[in-house]
Design a protein around this ligand. Sequence first.
Ligand SMILES: Cc1cc2nc3c(=O)[nH]c(=O)nc-3n(C[C@H](O)[C@H](O)[C@H](O)COP(=O)(O)O)c2cc1C
Length: 377
Amino acid sequence: MSPPLLFAPLELRGVRLRNRIVISPMCQYSAQDGLVGDWHLVHLGKFAQGGAGAVFVEATAVEKRGRITHGDTGIWDDAHVPGLRRIADFIRGQGAVPALQLAHAGRKASMARPWYGNGPLTPADLERGDRPWSTIAPTATPIDAGWITPRAMKEGDVQAVLGAYRNAVRRAVAAGFDILELHAAHGYLLHTFLSPLSNPGPLQDRMRFPLAVAAEVRKAWPERKPLFVRCSAIDDVEGGWSLEDTVGFAGELKKIGVDVIDCSSGGIQGSATAATKMLVPRVPGFQIPFAERVRREAGVMTMAVGLILTPQQAEEALQAGRADLIAVGREALHDPNWPLHAAAALGVDPDFAQWPVQYGWWLTRREGLLRKLGVRK
Ligand SMILES: Cc1cc2nc3c(=O)[nH]c(=O)nc-3n(C[C@H](O)[C@H](O)[C@H](O)COP(=O)(O)O)c2cc1C
């Protein structure tokens, strides 16, 4: 049997991943004024120790008004760099590639943290000191009734946001990240340009600004470092952005020099990952078919994500050519050592050699003892 693809290293431009497992970006809503702290270092550090090929820092705001909540991490100021650098250095020190997701929340900015309601800010949030702020979007259309109405972006806003992305890339380089991802999914700013539900008009016009951002970022990001874009491959709402649109968009991104399309879905009218009303049923691996079609039809590498639970499921997707990378999110919250456990399950690491030596040395000896005691076969 050929060695599992999940543990075959992957070269992306000048960056080498030790395996094909990527920890998906996951907001912690735990930053202060955009600054990362010890929580972020330990949270992300666990995943690097846990054997992932790359570890993504959560959606990090390129502008202060582009935060989802008051707790979002930021990269709109040079003061954000040292904390991010500490995280990137630690991830790299553990053999994983440090990756960062750049984001602008658009009309989904100024929200309550998930555990305080995951919706518009309420009087209870105000009492906690979380005040609302004004938001921008392609049109002055709120997400739904009860949400803040964004201001429609003017030419000055377009230039300001492009400049913010440019500066964010410069800071990401200074912080030592090796992969960048543009968040163009889940109802945030770039996605609201793409979707006809938030930005009526011809497809070419809707794609113009997200493509301009991608081009600007590619120009500022070193040639040897890969660039990913996360898309909501479908809006999952009647009359919304379609998989066919994503294939076309992916083709344009490829021409700009985007290396990987990260295929998520949903979020244009509310929650993405925590959504309860969807047309496409949430079953294990429900978004893998999106990664497969984009890969096949746009001829670009893809990352599959969403309810990928077992190493066997991940391996099958890679073997079948449905994706090039596998991202795990909540499964890694549940088990930060998911990649190391996957390596054991697929027979790649029978003797804890891939574990940090501080743990592996002990676990090998313990395994011998457990065998002798008959606890292990
Ligand atoms: C706590 C949490 C925070 C998240 N934050 C982000 C984020 O910052 N950026 C993003 O693109 N997706 C975010 N997501 C979505 C995940 O990256 C992932 O796509 C989703 O959880 C589905 O994968 P899973 O089933 O393996 O968890 C978040 C999900 C969770 C659970």
